[in-house]
Design a protein around this ligand. Sequence first.
Ligand code: IPE
Ligand code: IPE
Ligand code: MG
Length: 270
Amino acid sequence: MKATELLKSTRSEEIALLDQLDLKRLPRHVAIIMDGNGRWAERRHLPRIAGHRAGVKVARETIETCARLKVPALTLYAFSLENWRRPRAEIDFLMRLLREYLKRELPSIHKNNIQLLVIGRSAQLPEAVRHDIEKAMRLTAQNTGMKLIVALNYGGRAELVDAFNAILDNVRLNGLSAFHADEETISNNLYTAGLPDPDLLIRTSGEMRVSNFLLWQIAYAELYITEALWPDFSREKLLEAFVNFQQRERRYGGLGVSDGRRNGRHGGAR
Ligand code: IPE
Ligand code: IPE
Ligand code: MG
């Protein structure tokens, strides 16, 4: 199967990128820090919320593209624990937008066999939001296609704190005085338990930081930071990120394959 068969496009720029894509070496998990909505709006002399609205369209298109290309998992950073520092009106708008999005898009998410997961401290979300995300997760729980993970009220350090406490609870409950944790214990107690770690982390709008996102999981992710603001992150730009990812050599601390000094285990963008 070729990428151009999965993603029908009439735009020559997209077709050229699709032709370069090796479907067998797509990232297994793409994580995206969707940043720059506010700046996009400010540049147009619009209120920040107009940027968030425009951002939703791009999120929709990104989900569709990844699902069609059969990327196994896509995580979108929608609201961080730190985002509570924003004005109340903006926070309320973001929560409303999320509910609106779910209401409108859930049927098509379900129809496309996508499983929706929400990660973060959802207990602290408004009751109505919690209700809607639980409904969406229940509806799509048995779907076997792409996993769409929405990080909502998410913080990477908070996730680690929650994992450590879950491990401690388990130790106390079962009286495991000789218990030793290893990396697998920690991974298995994160919100992302069972998911592969992200191979590719994309951040839009040029900021060179990870903003408390998936701190444990991105240990060996390839970073792709683009100046494009999130509402401008078109399908073409996403495909550019994938092509760029496939040109990277992932060494995992070993020696590369391109210089002839083989290290055996890993090589190429995988
Ligand atoms: C990202 O865009 C969306 C959220 C964080 C919810 P921003 O709102 O952070 O936009 P900028 O960074 O101010 O441009
Ligand atoms: C990161 O963007 C969080 C989300 C995209 C949800 P921010 O705009 O909140 O990050 P900082 O404040 O620039 O680090
Ligand atoms: Mg921002």
